[in-house]
Each structure stands twice: as C-alpha cells, then as structure tokens.
Design a protein around this ligand. Structure first.
Ligand SMILES: [Zn+2]
Length: 489
C-alpha cells in the first residue's frame, strides 16, 4: 500500500512549486444582548479579552438610535440603516428584511453550496431575521442550548459551516432583573457566565482551524446598553456599544473612528469575499486612495452649501466642466466629491470614512450607479443608491437631497447598459416620492435627439459629458437647486 502511494506520488508530473491554496475564509458572529462596554471591561472575561488582543476592539461604538433589540439586531445582521430595513420596535411590523437581508442570507444567495446557520436565544431573531433564509436557523431555550447547538454545527463534518451567528441573552436578562451597570454584581456575573460559553465555542473553532487550516473572522457585539433595569432611550448609556473583530487575518483590522453596529455585516462579507452595491468597500489602487484622501482634506477645509457626490461624471466638473462650474458654482460654497470609476459601494464607504467630516450641506447633488451597470441588475443599483441616500439622511439629516437620474449612455435607446440605468432611474423616482427631503430629477431628454440618440457632440465617448454637456446639466438643474437652497435659508 505504502509502495503504491509512493509510486503514485513520484509519478505525478513535476511542475514548478505551487503555493498552498489560501485557507477557507469563515465567519463567526457572536451577539451578546444588552452588554454595556464599561461592564464588559469591569467583568472578568478572559475569553473575550483574548479575542480583542488578537484583533481590534472599540468601546465607543454606536448602536441604532432606537436602543431596542429589534431595530439593533436588524441593523447588526443586515448592515442596513433603520430607515431601510424599517424594523422600529420588537414587533417587527413593516419589516423589509426580504429587500435588506442579513449578511448570512446575502452570503447564502451568492453561495447556495455554503452552509450557513444561526442560533438565537432571543426568539424574534429566529422568527423575523434568520428563519427560512439560511440553511439552519434555531431558537434556543437557554445559553447552554446555544452553545450545545453551536458545538454540534462547528463539529459537523457533513455540513461545512462557513457563516455562523450565535446570540446569547444572559447580559440583557440580568440587566432587566437586577440593573445594568458596573456596580451590579448579578449583571457582571451574567456577563462572566456568557464569556465562559463563548470560551467553549472558541475552543471548538480553534480545533477546526488547526485541523482544517481555516481562517475564521470572529465578530462580537451587542445591541444596546441600559440604565436602571431598562433601555430604549437615545442616550449614551443605552447607545454606546463595543465592537470586536478578531482572528489570524484580523491583526491589522481597525474599526473606523465613528464605528457603528452597521459596520458588522460589511466586515463579515469582506472576509468572505463578497462584493455588492450595498456593501461599503474601498478601492485598493493607489490613485483612488490618493483621491479619497484629497477629498477628505477638501471636506475638512471647506464647509459647503452644495455637495456634489458621484463618479467620473461628477469628477469631470474639474475637467471638461471646469468653466461651467466656475460660472454656476464659483461664487457659491460648493464642493466636488466625485471619483472616477466609483460604484455605489465605494461612495457608501467614503461617506463613512471622512467625506462628510465637517459637512452639513444645504443640498447634496448625487448621481451614481452607472459604473454598477456592467455588473449589477437595476434592482441592485437602486438599492445601492438608496443605501447612499439613507447614509446622507442619517449623517446630514438637515440636507435636501437632489437625486439625479443617471445620464444616458450608449448611442441609442437599445443600449444594454442605458436600459439597466433607465430601469433603476424609474424605480428611484418612485421611491423618492416616499422619502422626505429627497427630490429626484431627470433631464436626460436634454442630452438626446428626438429619437433618443446620444451624439458625440454632447458626450464624445457616449458616457461623459463634453463642456456643452456640463452646461446642459447646470442649466437644467438650476431652478430646482435654487428652490432647495432657499428651503434652508
Ligand atoms: Zn432588553
């Protein structure tokens, strides 16, 4: 037998040495209900401490403004803002979880062969968020049952688990019964007890990692804090949360300055390697990084009344549109935050990483999505734009948002990418009517002939406007822009 094995080994063709395949990327997210960051620091939690030492922890993260489990776990699991998933209380009435699914469900739809599972001690997570969208969703009786199911899932060699969510309720339960705070012994004891459960799960993950050479990202978070024996208010003691990211590839990981619970789902999906219109992501090339840093400096240096946000078509105000910009916006406080080549997810990332620092614009002018049309459906583009609008509504709530229909591209009405854009323009126009302070305008006919042909005089490459095109843009938008600027005066 051994001879046969050796001869087969030597018979194999000798090619140049191949590097071993990269380790499979996996994610474990652990939710600890109702654990205040100061109590986490005060309690004796060796397992969670060891995790943060092997990655990054912040004690100053922010959860949803409504500090209840329904909205908060929805934002943690979907990565979407409350205005999008629409879960505003623990009854989950009006939830839009089908449109804004959990990160586990997003991964499951992209990779149906991957095994995805969730075990939750708080029933509504199973009932409203995970059930029916992943391979295994369980509702556990108590924390020991969460751990028992977790060990079974992690140890199961039949189902090769890739994405796993666990929820422990002990902290919140003790908070409601005895009080939330660093001076409540029962509360600290409950957190220590949850830490021991987490320790058992982590041991099993380590065992897997050693045998199967996997690369697990471990994310740990909470949905809210508390005071007295309750929570639910928009106050720092309820809203401030910790966020942990840990694992062998998380050593360089850092949470952003104003980290929020919506950052969990993108962190999970990045590790799994999933991209998409609503998953905020930076671009890696040096040119883009430089331009992003430049825009951050620009934003910091000048508080603008009019903020332009978009891709190369917006960046082009600094090129082909320069003269027109000077004429229309030179004497107004206007800022250009366009980056050529950006898709919706890049703009989404920029908004959370400095582009809005120091900004409280009267009007945001947005045009984005045409770079998505090569990859995405019109529905995915629509959602990417909605996520950007939601981000602005959250971060600069006073602003009026002037959402422009994506300009026509390609020579004729039959152009495939133009059609995709037109479909998302139509659904965004309809959606805008349901949103406060969002104004959709579409002046695309002004770029086209009567039969819908885009000429090279208007856009030489049939995508980017010439100077004449920028003049059409500024003129067509001016009346609405004036009206919106006047609203906040
Ligand atoms: Zn509670």
């Amino acid at each position: 037998m051994m001879m046969l094995f050796l001869s087969l080994l030597f018979a194999s063709p000798q090619t140049e040495s191949q590097s071993p395949p990269p380790p499979p990327q996996k994610v474990l997210m652990i939710g600890l209900d109702g654990v205040r960051p100061d109590a986490l620091q005060a309690a004796r939690t060796p397992h969670l401490d060891a995790l943060s030492e092997r990655g990054a922890i912040t004690y100053t993260g922010q959860t949803t403004a409504i500090t209840s489990s329904g909205p908060a776990w929805s934002s943690i699991l979907t990565g979407a803002r409350v205005s999008l998933h629409n879960v505003r209380n623990n009854a989950f009435e009006g939830k839009k979880i089908t449109t804004w699914p959990t990160w586990l469900a997003q991964w499951e739809s992209a990779h149906p062969e991957a095994f995805t599972a969730a075990v939750s001690q708080w029933g509504p997570i199973h009932d409203h968020l995970t059930q029916g969208t992943i391979d295994l969703s369980l509702d556990a009786e108590d924390q020991a049952a969460v751990t028992a199911s977790a060990l079974e899932i992690i140890g199961d060699s039949e189902n090769d688990v890739t994405a796993l969510f666990l929820h422990y309720d002990g902290g919140d339960h003790a908070g409601h019964a005895h009080g939330y705070g660093v001076n409540i012994p029962e509360y600290l004891a409950a957190i220590e007890s949850v830490d021991a459960e987490v320790g058992k799960v982590l041991q099993e993950i380590r065992r897997r990692e050693q045998i199967l050479h996997e690369d697990w990202l471990i994310l740990v978070g909470t949905d809210h804090g508390g005071t007295g024996t309750s929570h639910g208010k928009n106050i720092p003691e309820h809203r401030t949360v910790f966020l942990i990211a840990s694992g062998s590839s998380a050593e360089d990981f850092s949470w952003r300055k104003n980290a929020e619970v919506v950052d969990f789902a993108p962190a999970a999906l990045h590790h799994l390697g999933l991209q998409g219109s609503c998953i905020p992501a930076p671009r890696k090339d040096g040119w883009w990084q430089g331009r992003h840093a430049e825009l951050n400096r620009r934003a910091l240096a000048q508080t603008a009344d009019i903020l332009f946000l978009g891709d190369s078509i917006t960046q082009g105000w600094e090129g082909a549109g320069k003269k027109v910009w000077k004429e229309f916006y030179g004497n107004r406080k206007a800022i250009n935050l366009g980056i050529g080549g950006d898709k919706t997810e890049h703009v989404l990332w920029r908004l959370r990483h400095g582009n809005l620092e120091n900004q409280n614009p009267k009007v945001c002018v947005i045009m984005i999505g045409t770079n998505n049309s090569n990859r995405d459906s019109s529905d995915a583009i629509t959602k990417g734009v909605q996520a950007i609008v939601a981000e602005l509504q959250f971060s600069v709530p006073e602003s009026e948002i002037l959402l422009l229909a994506t300009f026509p591209r390609g020579a004729t009405v039959e152009d495939r990418l133009r059609k995709i854009n037109e479909a998302s323009n139509a659904s965004l126009r309809e959606w805008s009517n349901t949103q406060e302070k969002v104004h959709h305008i579409d002046f695309n006919v002004r770029f086209l002939t009567e039969t819908g042909v885009l000429t090279q005089e208007v856009m030489p490459d049939l995508l980017h406007p010439h100077e004449a095109g920028y003049k059409i843009w500024a003129t067509a938008m001016e009346e609405e822009l004036k009206r919106l600027l006047a609203i906040s005066e």
